[in-house]
Design a protein around this ligand. Sequence first.
Ligand code: ATP
Ligand code: MG
Length: 239
Amino acid sequence: MTMPALAIEALEAGYEPGLPIVRGASLAVQASEIVAIIGPNGAGKSSLVKAVAGLVPISRGRNLLFGHDITKTLAHRMVFEGLAFVPQTENVFVNLSVAENLELAASIVKANRRESLDPVYAMFPDLHRQRAYLAGRLSGGQRQMLAVARGLIARPKLLILDEPSAGLSPKMVDQVFSKLREVRATGVTVLLVEQNVKAALALADRAVVLVEGRERVVGKSSDLLNDHRVAELYLGGRA
Ligand SMILES: Nc1ncnc2c1ncn2[C@@H]1O[C@H](COP(=O)(O)OP(=O)(O)OP(=O)(O)O)[C@@H](O)[C@H]1O
Ligand SMILES: [Mg+2]
């Protein structure tokens, strides 16, 4: 057994004491996998990834990053543990330029500017070209690319994204998802929440269907595409 990149163990988390939204969820993400979390609206998908990232209080269970317990790690310390989280909204500073967004991310982790920025610009040539633009003036797709690029500045081992395709055209979704494949190819493990089930199952190696704060189905994406429970929930199919 190799050590998972992320092990979520019987996690309970929520916004008010005694009212868990994440209700005993468990999930193991293997190193260099892409895993998608899908599930109905309000299932607790965002709450689950936010709890892993230190943004929602955890009442039970634990999270291990490559075996290291990060259950109590504060959100702003997660990058130093090797975890970067890209929230669904407000994930860039719209009033700063592209370059300033990336430089700020580098300064937060006290990274050498050149060493951290150059590889990211190499992976995102469009952002390099647009580095003087205000982030708020980028297209939706490019803004999402910038959010991903910001996450990568700290050279995380695990990148977690909440609905990176939200609000994007199908063409832009393809571009962002193919960038996530490139990210994985550099050895980064990727966990993402997605509403766009077909695209998510095409991207991810494995997926988990979260219902009422717990995993209901976990499996290979190719198997889930043919799973009648997934079909009933999302793909318009019948049992
Ligand atoms: N900041 C908050 N304070 C209190 N309750 C919240 C908060 N954020 C979410 N919730 C509640 O937690 C439950 C799960 O919400 P969550 O956003 O985690 O679901 P989701 O699966 O990401 O849904 P969606 O598909 O709509 O993004 C919902 O009932 C929601 O009302
Ligand atoms: Mg959500």
